[in-house]
Design a protein around this ligand. Structure first.
Ligand code: ADP
Ligand code: ASP
Ligand code: MG
Length: 457
């Protein structure tokens, strides 16, 4: 059994879905379970129309909804015979009718509350999974649509729900394994789940990768495949550096670090379930299925390059906290962390001196409340528009002089914070977001002038 997850651009059009059908057909002997994202930019469209409806622009939202319907009708319709067009219309009528109702409610409420964000954005995957199952059916691939909300159970934290693992794994086994036993191809939408009470939730943007891993872990799949629009995990984002090289094999620990620090190709939580059940994850290009992609595996991957890849995460805020009153007082950090914890805001990087602490966050939703609490005992300043750039690789732990090389390469770029040591396989710097691209390019030149052909392509 394998899980095959296809991202938004891999299912964005009739021709993309045709390619996906070909890839899945070629893997039928491996008993695939298919997890799909919403088509193209659907999720973003849904979020935008929700904002529009809630802010008094309902007509604009409805126009956007209509355009989204036309896109689905055109692209999916092109893959179906006349006899199946009625089935497609029925699916579209039902889903788009409900979305129009939701937009009406948002317009009346005047706000786009988190539970509505999840309710509305869930339709992208609900639609794509139904539509793709219909196409597979027409192609004689014997699919079975499974509503992911009946499998992926989560807590009620909207927009970034956490799966309830044991319950979800039990459901994955109960709902999916019998279908595979009947030689059917289960098709599920990624990204979405539901609470135990049946309220729709989502796993956060980019969460379909995570869905695939959860489902793969639940059914004890042999492999979890993430099909996307690049050749695999690359030495850095190929959008920043077109010469980025494909990493053929990388360890879970290295890939998880890269995903956490901004390599968008994998949702940051994807590797947790896979690591726990020791299921290899393979990242592949749906446009170039013959390329071997990147294999993410449990053990260390010997490599003559000191690092495997560079990641970059923008949208970072530095919070500077200074308190002379707390000078040498124990419990200072504890007090600070309690405030961030109460505000459910994760801290990514930390640096401290005698009377001050700087830390970074990527989610400013509750920053005002955090600052207010910190100001009870300290002076606080915020720096927006920052980025974390990380170099990642197992060899960092035993190669001297890497930091010197990295800082040498970054000469001329103002480095705001530095972190090394926490994981032993990552050196991270915070720079202004406007410097991030240049920093990545300089580091890439420095560390990937020559590459180990056994690890990089
Ligand atoms: P999907 O829709 O398939 O989930 P995403 O857009 O979420 O695809 O992720 C793929 C994108 O991740 C690539 O197009 C690339 O720009 C970006 N990316 C960032 N860092 C890396 C990296 N190290 N290797 C590969 N892709 C990366
Ligand atoms: N469709 C969702 C998003 O765009 C989830 C995903 O594609 O992974 O964020
Ligand atoms: Mg993605």
């Amino acid at each position: 059994m394998i899980v095959m997850k296809f991202g938004g651009s891999s299912v964005e059009s009739a021709s993309a879905i045709e390619r996906v059908a070909g890839i899945v057909r070629g893997a039928l002997v491996r008993k695939p379970v298919v997890v799909v994202s919403a088509m193209g930019t659907t999720t973003q469209q849904l979020l935008t129309m929700g904002e529009e409806a809630a802010s008094g622009e309902k007509d604009r939202a409805l126009e956007r909804l209509q355009a989204l319907r036309e896109m689905h009708e055109r692209e999916i319709g092109a893959l179906l015979p006349a006899s199946s067009q009625g089935d497609l219309r029925q699916i579209l009528d039902g889903h788009f009718g409900e979305m129009a109702d939701l937009l009406g409610q948002l317009s009346a409420a005047g706000e786009f509350a988190p539970e509505f964000v999840d309710a509305l954005s869930s339709y992208g995957e609900r639609l794509s999974s139904r539509a793709i199952a219909l196409v597979f059916s027409h192609l004689g691939m014997n699919p079975a649509h499974v509503d992911a909300r009946c499998v992926v159970l989560t807590d009620g934290r909207h927009k970034a729900a956490t799966p309830l693992y044991s319950e979800t794994y039990a459901r994955a086994r109960d709902k999916i394994l019998p279908l595979i036993g009947q030689s059917r191809v289960p098709v599920l939408g990624g990204f979405i789940g539901a609470t135990q009470k049946g309220v729709t939730t989502t796993l956060g943007r980019g969460g379909s990768d995570f869905s695939a891993a959860i489902i793969g872990a639940g059914i004890a799949a042999d492999e979890i495949q993430i099909w996307t629009d690049v050749d695999g995990m690359m030495t850095c984002d190929p959008k920043l550096v077109p010469e980025a090289r494909r990493v053929k094999t990388i360890s879970f620990a290295e890939a998880a670090e890269l995903a956490y620090f901004g390599a968008k190709v994998l949702h940051p939580s994807t590797l947790l379930p896979a690591m726990e059940k020791n299921i290899p994850v393979v990242v592949l290009n749906s446009r170039r299925p013959d390329v071997a992609g990147t294999r993410i595996v449990a053990g260390a991957v010997p490599c003559s390059n000191v690092i495997k890849a560079i990641s970059c995460k923008r949208g970072i805020y530095i919070v500077n906290i200074r308190s002379t009153r707390m000078l040498m007082a124990h419990g200072f950090l504890q007090r600070i962390f309690e405030i961030f914890s109460r505000a459910e805001t994760a801290v990514d990087m930390l640096a401290s001196s005698e009377v001050s602490v700087s830390l970074t966050i990527d989610n400013p939703a509750r920053l005002a409340e955090i600052c207010e609490a910190l100001r009870d005992f300290s002076e606080v300043s915020i720096e927006e528009g920052q980025a974390i750039v990380c170099i990642v690789g197992d060899n960092l732990r035993h190669t001297p002089g890497v930091a010197a090389r990295a800082f040498g390469a970054l000469q001329g770029i103002n480095i705001r914070m530095i972190s090394q040591g926490a994981s032993l396989l990552n050196i991270g710097v915070v720079v202004a977001a406007r410097d991030a691209e240049r920093a990545v390019k300089l580091l890439h030149q420095e560390f990937f002038r020559d590459v180990d052909p056994a690890v990089f392509d």
